[in-house]
Design a protein around this ligand. Structure first.
Ligand code: S3P
Length: 174
């Protein structure tokens, strides 16, 4: 593998895979800033992502994601937790992989369903999906998205043992 730019570490993966929680911990251990792209969007528009989907639609949200992603490529040392759909275009995964190290938090649909059922956060893509329908919906989305997620430099199966193990497996912190 060519030498990777480790100034930015992008955490990618499906909704509910724990990107923000792990990303925040990783940033703390490495002494990097922490950036959560969903949080930035919410702060900029002054409403929740769910509200933004309702008021402006998914297309506007995706356009904002493109702008925010481009901005992150100019940041100093940072761990960046991305929204679940952010890496899922040729342009976006290329930006991520060119400007930083990418880590895919890999999980199967049953695991993700449990996480999403436990989570308090509202996810507009799961709005109106019943518990019975959930796994099917996750499987379909995951199937569409894995070709992008799998382009990450590192694929880490969940659950992650510890941040320290993760740091070792991506060859940092030594
Ligand atoms: C989305 C995931 C969400 C958020 C938005 C769309 C997606 O982020 O960006 O609801 O397309 O998978 P999380 O992955 O942090 O839940």
């Amino acid at each position: 593998m060519p030498v990777l730019n480790s100034d930015r570490i992008y955490i990618i993966g499906f909704m509910g895979s724990g990107k923000s929680t792990l990303g925040r911990r990783l940033a703390k251990v490495l002494g990097y800033n922490f950036i959560d792209t969903d949080q930035i969007i919410e702060e900029q528009v002054g409403m929740s992502i769910s509200e933004l989907f309702r008021q402006a639609g998914e297309k506007s949200f995706r356009e904002m994601e493109t702008r925010i992603l481009r901005e992150t490529t100019l940041s100093g040392k940072a761990v960046i937790a991305t929204g679940g759909g952010m890496p899922c275009s040729d342009e976006h995964i290329l930006l991520i992989n060119t400007h930083g190290i990418s880590i895919y938090l890999e999980a199967n649909s049953a695991f993700l369903k449990q996480r999403l059922l436990q989570g308090k956060r509202q996810r507009p893509l799961m709005a109106g999906v019943t518990e019975d329908e959930m796994e099917g919906k996750i499987k379909k989305l995951l199937n569409d998205r894995e070709p992008f997620y799998k382009q990450a430099h590192y694929t880490i199966p969940l659950p992650v043992e510890s941040v320290e193990t993760l740091i070792k497996s991506i060859g940092l912190g030594g």
